[in-house]
Design a protein around this ligand. Structure first.
Ligand code: SF4
Length: 263
């Protein structure tokens, strides 16, 4: 897929808050420099989960939590439908008590791209779908800037399938209990690229407490699959300069996708 910017893609980037002054004649091999863009304001989204600045110290550091091997083995053997049913009835952590809906994931089960966020917010909990509201709209625009959409070659899931009350930070115990579901989704999906969005998704997938600013811009792996770290759309709605970096991250992910596809 070419990244030469046609009018439609340029409009999508503008909606994302990224405007290129000059149309590149060839796909960017590396991230475009932040100085090459101007940034259009996007109003904040009141319903979006508050995203801490990536440079802040993690409030809930990742710690080893004992796993139940029998439960993990059972989840690893599940089909898509069995997995979805298991999540819908899951009571493995305290978040089941306050959820209105589980948020299993949405998209193409033959997807090349897996987008992983943190946890459902209020709207996601109400609708049972990840990344809705203003943050979801921005994610959709980011995907469209690459010629993608959430129903076609893209699957979207969260690390946590139930909403933490009041959008509080996920607890390490909750992440540990829910992570086997995501691992099974990755096994079933076998995506070509994973885009981890936001600090808690990155912590869960990479087991790293480093800030996103130090982890982005290079290739990581999760279960042997290339992974790119980037900012959560809810954070980007409030931090305009980092939208240019998020665009750079998308370009990197696309380049890795191409390399992976050619392998
Ligand atoms: S967050 Fe995950 S582990 Fe906790 S109840 Fe929901 S589905 Fe189960």
């Amino acid at each position: 897929m070419s990244l030469v910017l046609d009018d439609r893609r340029r409009a999508m980037l503008a909606e994302m808050g990224v405007r290129l002054f000059e149309a590149p004649s060839a796909p960017p091999a590396v991230a475009p420099a932040a100085s090459a863009v101007s940034l259009a304001p996007i109003p904040p989204a009141p319903e979006a989960r508050p995203q801490p600045a990536p440079s802040e110290s993690p409030a809930a550091r990742r710690v080893p939590v004992p796993q139940d091997p029998a439960r993990a083995a059972a989840i690893e053997a599940m089909s898509w439908d069995e997995l979805e049913q298991a999540v819908a009835g899951c009571e493995a952590c305290g978040l089941c008590a306050s959820r209105r809906n589980t948020v299993f994931g949405v998209g193409d089960r033959q997807a090349d791209w897996l987008i992983v966020g943190e946890a459902p917010g209020e709207n996601e909990d109400l609708q049972g779908e990840p990344f809705v509201g203003q943050a979801g709209k921005l994610l959709d625009n980011m995907l469209r800037s690459l010629g993608l959409d959430r129903g076609n070659k893209v699957y979207i899931a969260n690390v946590l399938k139930c909403r933490p009350p009041g959008n509080r930070n996920p607890d390490p115990q909750e992440v540990a209990q829910c992570e086997p579901y995501l691992r099974r989704q990755v096994q079933l999906l076998q995506p070509r690229i994973i885009l981890a969005m936001g600090r808690f998704a990155v912590q869960a997938l990479l087991g790293s407490d480093e800030p996103i600013g130090k982890l982005r811009g290079r290739r990581h792996e999760y279960m042997g699959i290339p992974l790119v770290v980037t900012y959560h759309p809810a954070y980007l709605l409030r931090n305009l300069p980092d939208k240019a970096r998020a665009w750079a991250d998308l370009c990197l992910a696309l380049e890795l996708m191409r390399g992976n596809a050619a392998a």
